[in-house]
Design a protein around this ligand. Structure first.
Ligand SMILES: Cc1cc2nc3c(=O)[nH]c(=O)nc-3n(C[C@H](O)[C@H](O)[C@H](O)COP(=O)(O)OP(=O)(O)OC[C@H]3O[C@@H](n4cnc5c(N)ncnc54)[C@H](O)[C@@H]3O)c2cc1C
Length: 578
């Protein structure tokens, strides 16, 4: 047997080392392998009769992301052996905190979490020349959005929509012939997409960063300048301590479990587990009425699972005005979805392989049954098990980290961004916050997050989208307002498509005529919301909107018509209204 020890370029985390190791699994020539991310090296014991050093190097190079940069010298092998300081079972190692690196034995910035806020922060930090450590546990690097959130859900929503259009037509003369769904293949396609985007949009982007270390593990504060990282995967030996000058907490959020009797003892799925099931559930109960619950329910319904959505509030999307819930529910129910609202949940259990949810409505008991249960009853910030008892970090009542608009917490050297903070919980806000937090922390800038015209979308069909305030918020703030609501049956695009589901609602300040808010329920209505957000941000008046030229027939023409509707009955206008 022989030994080959290579320097390997391009590894940014333990996951990279595992990826390289996987390339050799099943290779009969390799007796043992030890790929080490922190030291950037790989040691192979091999059988020269079956594989050569050159072939081993070529396999590493074939990964594309990692390259052999020569053989390790004896001196390098020796210097890689770690000197350790024992502290409460955790070690500060010269691998963990590379001595002599910029930062003088500690990192300029430690990012806890490895999702969108964290990556955006790391990218900014690199551009500022900071030494950065990113620690991520739980989900894969990339966090919620790419692995278990936006990307898989939107992929399955589009798959469901394709199936739906293959079986439903808006034109009497077009008769769909049905659809053949290979559910396992749909999920496998989703898995490929997630893996590709996770690699391309996250790992590859930071792949070449020399000042960034990425570590897999669960981080806890020991004090305001130190974290300990539990070994990953669980059960590994020891742990590590890291010191940082400044910290960004970007640990995201996870499904919050309602207190329903029996729920904790009953098998259930969440967005983390559901999207990977290759065997199609015959039936699903979805608990919750927020956007995650609705998107999941409609996608799986359209893919052929019998879905029942159970919601406690009388409305879905219950933070919005009830007209939105009414409109959306009307269309979802017409499509055949079983949506039950205004329920009291009494208990949940599994019996004979079936999930049973016992509820009550107006004093009447109602039992719902399905093969599987999905819990999507909102989210809670990941602030547990973060060692917050060791630092005096201020949380809000909901458990979110309290931040000001500069992403500063009450502790001078600690910032927070993304779903863990008390800010809107979207991937684009998370990424924005991660970036400005780092800029504010290290360059003395005063970037602020202003969400007064934030656009957002719920990806049901019809979609629900909004920006700015609604009439209830305007009223609560004592802003003089007026609402114009245009049904899609008055929008030429919708009429021509024989699809008139929804409305466009504009809210204006009656003193200034400026647009202050908008809500849209419409097929692909999310595509309208950015221009309305820009209109609010740049102080565009409703008169400006009404007098602008919009292409006929586009859905966005509905914005002009809704603007005109403030003063006129739009149904009485000729085509291409002005
Ligand atoms: C089903 C679903 C669909 C969604 N769809 C959309 C959409 O279409 N558009 C949109 O804008 N947003 C969407 N979102 C929301 C979006 O995914 C999140 O707002 C965003 O991903 C939050 O990013 P983050 O960086 O704050 O946290 P995350 O991406 O959650 O990353 C946090 C990371 O930190 C890890 N972590 C937690 N605690 C620790 C610790 N102590 N130590 C180490 N690591 C830790 C977590 O495991 C995770 O890997 C969706 C969410 C879900 C669940």
């Amino acid at each position: 047997m022989k030994i080959a020890e290579f320097k390997i370029k391009g590894m940014t985390c333990d996951h990279c080392a595992q990826t390289i190791a996987k390339k050799f699994s099943g290779n009969e020539g390799i007796v043992s392998k030890d790929i080490n991310y922190p030291s950037g090296s790989g040691k192979f014991e091999y059988d020269p009769e079956k594989i050569s050093r050159e072939e081993i190097a070529a396999i590493i190079d074939s990964t594309g992301n990692y390259k052999v940069a020569g053989e390790m010298t004896k001196a390098e092998v020796k210097s890689n052996q770690t000197a350790t300081i024992q502290t409460d079972g955790y070690q500060v190692t010269d691998i963990a905190i590379p001595l002599g690196e910029a930062g003088g034995g500690q990192f300029d910035l430690i990012i806890i979490g490895g999702g969108s806020a964290a990556f955006s922060a790391a990218i900014k930090a690199d551009s500022m020349g900071l030494t950065t450590l990113m620690v991520n546990g739980g989900l894969d690097f990339g966090g919620t959005c790419v692995n278990v959130g936006c990307v898989p859900s939107k992929n399955l929503i589009r798959a469901g929509e394709t199936a739906y259009h293959a079986t439903h037509s808006n034109f009497a003369g077009i008769k769909p012939k049905g659809v053949d769904i290979d559910f396992a293949q749909v999920i496998q396609g989703k898995k490929k997409l997630v893996a590709a985007l996770q690699q391309k949009k996250y790992m590859n982007v930071v792949g070449g960063y020399e000042n960034l270390k990425m570590v897999e593990g669960w981080a806890e504060f020991v004090d305001e300048k130190t974290i300990k990282v539990a070994p990953f995967p669980k059960g590994g030996a020891g742990g590590r301590l890291y010191k940082g000058m400044k910290f960004l907490i970007a640990t995201g959020a996870t499904t919050s479990l309602r207190t329903i009797e029996g729920l904790k003892e009953t098998p259930f799925l969440t967005n983390v587990s559901l999207f990977d099931l290759e065997q199609q559930p015959e039936s699903l109960i979805v608990l919750g009425g927020g956007y995650i619950a609705l998107e999941i329910a409609q996608a799986y319904h359209r893919l052929g699972t019998k879905v029942t959505l159970l919601q406690r509030s009388p409305f879905v999307l219950s933070k919005l005005t009830p007209d939105i819930s009414d409109e959306l529910l009307k269309h979802l129910r017409r499509e055949g979805m079983d949506i039950q609202t205004g329920l009291t949940f009494n208990s949940v259990k599994e019996e004979n392989g079936r999930i049973k949810v016992q509820t009550e409505k107006h004093g009447e008991a109602k039992l719902f049954e399905a093969e599987k249960l999905v819990v999507a009853t909102g989210t809670k910030p990941n602030t547990e098990k973060l060692g917050l008892e060791n630092i005096a970090l201020k949380l809000t009542k909901s458990g979110h980290i309290e931040v000001n608009e500069k992403m500063e917490t009450n502790l001078r050297n600690i910032f927070a961004a993304g779903d863990v903070a008390d800010t809107p919980a979207f991937v684009y806000t998370a990424a924005f916050e991660g970036r400005i937090a780092v800029e504010n922390a290290f360059s003395g800038t005063e970037n602020k997050a202003d969400y007064s015209s934030l656009p957002w979308v719920v990806f049901t069909d019809p979609q629900v989208a909004g920006t700015g305030m609604d009439e209830a918020e305007a009223k609560a703030l004592n802003i003089p307002y007026e609402v114009s609501k245009l049904e899609l049956k008055d929008v030429p695009r919708a009429i021509a498509a024989n699809d008139m589901r929804g409305f466009i609602k504009l809210i204006r300040n009656t003193e200034t005529d400026k647009l202050i808010g908008a809500r849209v329920v419409a097929p692909e209505g999310g595509e309208l919301i950015q221009q309305l957000s820009m209109a609010i941000k740049y102080g565009i008046t409703v008169k400006d909107l009404a007098e602008s030229l919009y292409p006929y027939l586009t859905l966005s023409e509905g914005i002009k018509l809704a603007a005109i509707t403030f003063g006129k009955d739009v149904s009485k206008l000729s085509c291409c209204a002005s």
